[in-house]
Design a protein around this ligand. Sequence first.
Ligand code: AMP
Length: 212
Amino acid sequence: MKLTLLGAPGAGKGTQSDILSRKLGVPTISTGNILRSAIHDGTSVGLAAKSYIDKGQLVPDNVIIDIVQERLSKPDCANGFILDGMPRTIPQAEALIAHGIELDSVLSLEVSDEDIVERMAGRRVCPRCGASYHVRMNPPKQDGICDACGSELIVRKDDAPETVRKRLQVYHASTEVLKDFYGKLGRLRTVNGSQSIEGANEDILKAIGAKA
Ligand code: AMP
């Protein structure tokens, strides 16, 4: 099962990828998490990516393509994977095809811009393992603490309202065209991302023909 999740920032890509990863038994490859971890570790990729991320811009395609190509060549991806946040541009989608990486389904999580802005204000993430929560819709068991690894949750710097507005602009300008791209290839499935996490997950499983 080779999947990718498309959607505006905060549409629920990370949350749904993690649930799908557990249910389908394939790894999630989140380019955002890989880049944040590279920034944390001070690697050359992290240094190159930081200023783009902080401004809500896309990291250059060649950086992303290299990261994803390397990660997908690891043995745990042999039986499938879930891409979270990649591709985000037509050149990235074309690079996957050029590298022989065929996606079975592309799931677009549809959420209005107004809902996104409201959601982002409540998002909290784990700086260590990348798990994502929402103070109201998906709270951790213990306030401010990651269920998965016990670290203290933070607000992502790029979740500041003005950066979220920029990221939404970038989504509409560069990423939304991928719906058309994958629609023409017969791979696109759209899912209502404004419903509950469980409801959206059931719809995704139905859309890809997997059992709930
Ligand atoms: P995310 O965690 O998916 O919201 O990604 C956070 C940020 O990382 C984005 O706003 C971009 O700056 C960068 N990023 C993540 N994935 C990509 C990608 N596929 N292409 C370009 N930039 C990306």
